[in-house]
Write a protein that binds this ligand. Structure first.
Ligand SMILES: [Co+2]
Length: 301
C-alpha cells in the first residue's frame, strides 16, 4: 500500500479506507482528504487523519474565526480593575449570542463556563468566578472559541489590567512573538515540528520556558481535532503541512520554569513555581502559497 508507506503524504481517505467513507457524504466536507501521520505521533502507534478542508468548509472556518476574534477584541477592551472573570464569562455569552454563535467551550468535557480566563500564574483553562476580581497590574489570558454554522474558531490573547510590571510586559511580549514565530513558518511542505522549533528557539533566546503538556490542535466541525501541534517541536520532523489544513498555534510561555500542575478543580493549570505565564492563540489555514490567520482581530466584525 503506497499510501500507508508514505505516511506524510496527503491521500484521498477513500483510497485508504474505502469501506468507511460514503460516496456522497452530503453534509460533510465533499472532499474527505487527509494526511496520514505515521511519524508525528509514533508513540500512539496510530496513523492520524487530518482533514483537508474544501472551499465551502474554509469559508465557514473563516467566518467562525472572524466571529471569535471579534468577541475576544470586544471583551478585551472592557477589562479593567474591579471586573470579575464571571463578568467576562457573561460578556462572552452575550456577545457570542448576539452574533449568532455558541461558545464551544461551554460544557465541553464538563467545562462549566463559556470562556477560559487565566490570570497571572494560571497557564490555561482558568474557570471564571465571581470571586476572581481583576486588579491593577494583573495579566489575564482570555480564550474564546466560537461555533457558528457548524464550524469552530479559536483564539486567545493575554491582556494587561492597568499598568503591567516589566516582568509581565516581557512574558506577554515573548508569548505574542512566539505565537507569531510559529505562524510565520506555516506553508505547504513545511513540517509540523517546524512550528514548535520556531517557538522554542525564540522563547529560549528570551529567557522564557515553553509549556510542554498542552498544544495547538486541528479545528473544524469539532473544536479539537488532530493534529496535535507541539510548541516544542523539532525542525524537519512530523507531518508535512498541506493546503487546506486548519489548526491552532497557542504557545503558553512561562517566565520561570516550564513545570505546571493542575489544581483540585480538575481544570486550572498553574505554573509550579508560581511565576507568570502568558499565551496567545490564532487559528490558521495552510494556503496554496503560505498561511492565512483566520482569527486576526483587524478582520473582526
Ligand atoms: Co485552542
Amino acid at each position: 500500500m503506497p499510501l500507508l508507506c508514505h505516511g506524510h503524504e496527503v491521500a484521498d481517505l477513500r483510497e485508504a479506507h474505502p469501506q468507511t467513507i460514503a460516496a456522497g457524504w452530503p453534509e460533510g466536507p465533499s472532499q474527505i482528504q487527509t494526511a496520514l501521520d505515521a511519524e508525528g505521533l509514533a508513540e500512539d502507534a496510530l496513523r492520524v487523519a487530518v482533514e483537508i478542508h474544501d472551499r465551502r468548509a474554509i469559508e465557514r472556518l473563516e467566518r467562525a474565526g472572524r466571529v471569535a476574534a471579534g468577541t475576544l477584541q470586544r471583551v478585551g477592551a472592557r477589562l479593567a480593575p474591579g471586573v470579575t472573570t464571571a463578568d467576562i464569562d457573561a460578556w462572552v455569552r452575550e456577545d457570542t449570542a448576539r452574533v449568532g454563535g455558541r461558545p464551544s467551550q461551554l460544557g465541553y468535557l464538563g467545562f462549566p463556563a463559556a470562556v477560559c480566563t487565566s490570570k497571572n500564574e494560571v497557564v490555561c483553562h482558568g474557570i471564571p468566578r465571581r470571586t476572581d476580581v481583576l486588579a491593577d497590574s494583573d495579566i489575564l489570558n482570555v480564550d474564546v472559541t466560537t461555533e457558528i454554522d457548524g464550524y469552530h474558531g479559536d483564539t486567545s490573547a493575554t491582556f494587561f489590567v492597568g499598568e503591567p510590571s516589566a516582568a509581565a510586559r516581557h512574558v506577554v511580549d515573548v508569548a505574542r512573538r512566539c505565537r507569531d514565530a510559529g505562524v510565520s513558518v506555516v506553508r505547504p511542505g513545511a513540517r509540523l515540528g517546524d512550528i514548535g522549533a520556531a517557538i522554542a528557539e525564540l522563547a529560549r533566546k528570551e529567557g522564557c520556558a515553553v509549556v510542554r503538556g498542552y498544544g495547538g490542535h486541528g479545528i473544524g466541525r469539532k473544536m479539537h481535532l488532530p493534529p496535535h501541534v507541539s510548541h516544542v517541536g523539532q525542525r524537519g520532523s512530523g507531518m508535512r503541512l498541506r493546503a487546506g489544513m486548519v489548526f491552532t498555534i497557542e504557545p503558553m510561555i512561562n517566565l520561570g520554569d516550564a513545570g505546571v500542575r493542575v489544581l483540585s478543580d480538575g481544570w486550572t493549570v498553574v505554573t509550579k513555581d508560581g511565576a507568570l505565564s502568558a499565551q496567545f492563540e490564532h487559528t490558521v489555514l495552510v494556503t496554496e502559497d503560505g498561511v492565512r490567520v483566520l482569527t486576526e482581530p483587524d478582520a473582526a466584525g
